[in-house]
Design a protein around this ligand. Structure first.
Ligand SMILES: Nc1ncnc2c1ncn2[C@@H]1O[C@H](COP(=O)(O)OP(=O)(O)O)[C@@H](O)[C@H]1O
Ligand SMILES: [Mg+2]
Length: 419
């Protein structure tokens, strides 16, 4: 079997790593990939949806796995389906649950899926008027894809008005800010839920938790994610079951009713509030860096699961998870999520991997035979153990020997939940 993985992050490296363990797989191509994927697969210098489609027309592949959201929003799945190429991921219409937060909120209201109370605005004056009447903190979100930066939690009227001006008048997130959601601030524990979906049926992953802020104790600006743990201590099977019954299944049924059956990974960000789980947002793909932890404890052949989703046979598919816990610590470039240097030489990667520790690359590339940084999030150091504490200890130990100029990482991944 020849597989094409689309994307260049840590998620794509770990998916490539997991897929390469399948006895069914002979070749894996990654478009465009990173230094890490180049060691275990064939990187292709393809970036746009059209470049990828053209390549697929010229080359035979048996499965395409789409990593990032922007390709889904551009309809790459629809285009591949037209070419009769098996592809894992939702169509453009099904993925709207991620690429339009406005669509997602209206959909949840209609289907009775629990989420924060909200109002939708396209008019700046009306939005400014609304925030004068609401209690703070208040959450302001650009509706469209904004590289994980389009959500601002404002603490007072002055902040809220400034934020609305920037999004709606100055268009700091471009078109993504044409529609704005203003919603209630939810208190609680934030976790990531993932569910394999075949348009109709679902199999949930165990719980995981990301750490969005750049600094320890959840301070500083949001990032793409600085580290994950899976399983999350304290999260019960009953809570996961409640997420399945109240959120995943009604969403699948609602999308099916709309003629947009969802095949792929449905990944809602969840706030566990005193009134039960509420959706913060929907993602229509594997999380990054959640996937780096998840793939370390998934035992079943991923190829089989992906095909069961595509073919609508999840009810006949087993998905087994090891009884270990996993973590992923992200090493980022100095200055990220603001401006940062690229091209810093990374040392200490040799002979690092053991059965317990695996390093996945994100923003890396090969330059003159050396591995150098090429993005904000650079590496994800993953480890497994019988306890989350054990996994964290191994990952942090491994980090001691890895170096690049300006490296920053959070030393408190998992601590909040362990406490
Ligand atoms: N209603 C809310 N109440 C509290 N925190 C929120 C709320 N909405 C979003 N957040 C916080 O902001 C982060 C980013 O919001 P999210 O909707 O996931 O947007 P995106 O991932 O597209 O940037 C969330 O991970 C969560 O920590
Ligand atoms: Mg999010």
């Amino acid at each position: 079997m020849r597989i094409l993985v689309i994307g260049s992050g840590g998620r794509e490296h770990v998916l490539t790593w997991k897929l390469s363990k399948s006895p069914k797989v002979t070749n894996i191509f990654v478009a465009p990939g990173n230094a890490g994927t180049s060691f275990i697969a064939t990187n292709l210098s393809l970036f746009s949806t059209q470049e990828i489609i053209n390549w697929v027309k010229e080359n035979s592949v048996d499965l395409v796995v789409v990593g990032p959201d922007n390709y889904l929003a551009e309809g790459i799945v629809d285009m591949l389906q037209e070419l009769n190429v098996p592809v894992f991921g939702p169509t453009k219409a099904a993925a709207e649950i991620e690429w339009s937060k406005a669509f997602a909120k209206k959909f949840m209201k209609k289907e009775g899926v629990p989420t924060a109370r909200y109002e939708l605005f396209t008019d700046l004056d009306k939005a400014r008027e609304y925030v004068r009447t609401e209690p703070f903190p208040i959450v302001i979100k650009a509706s469209g894809l904004a590289l994980g930066k389009g959500v601002i939690i404002t603490n007072n009227l002055k902040e809220a008005e400034l934020c609305l001006d920037e999004i709606m008048r100055d268009k700091i997130f471009g078109e993504a800010g044409n529609e704005v959601i203003i919603e209630e601030y939810l208190n609680g524990i934030e976790i990531s839920a993932h569910a394999f979906c075949d348009g109709d049926k679902t199999i949930m992953f165990p719980s995981s938790q990301d750490h969005k802020r750049i600094f320890e104790n959840d301070e500083g600006p949001n990032t793409g994610g600085m580290g994950t743990i899976a399983l999350v201590p304290g999260i019960t099977n009953e809570q996961l079951e409640e997420i399945k019954e109240k959120i995943i299944l009604p969403t699948l049924q609602g999308l099916k009713k709309l003629g947009r059956p969802f095949k792929g990974v449905l990944f809602p960000g969840i706030m566990l509030t005193e009134n039960g789980p509420k959706v913060i947002e929907f993602n229509a793909r594997f999380g990054d860096p959640e996937t780096q932890s998840y793939m370390r404890i998934l035992e079943t052949d991923l190829v089989d699961i992906l095909f069961a989703c595509i073919e609508g046979t999840l009810d006949k598919q087993k998905v087994n998870w090891s009884d270990k816990s996993a973590c992923c610590i992200v090493l980022a470039s100095g200055g990220y999520p603001g401006i940062y240097e690229k091209g810093e030489k990374i040392t200490g990667l040799e002979n690092m991997n053991s059965e317990d520790v695996e390093i996945f690359h994100a923003g890396t590339k090969i330059e003159e035979a050396a591995t150098v940084t090429s993005g904000g999030r650079v590496l994800g150091i993953t480890a497994t153990s019988t306890s989350i504490q054990g996994a964290l200890a191994k990952a942090y130990k491994a980090i001691e020997s890895i170096e690049f100029e300006g490296v920053q990482f959070r030393k408190d991944i998992g601590q909040k939940s362990i406490k």
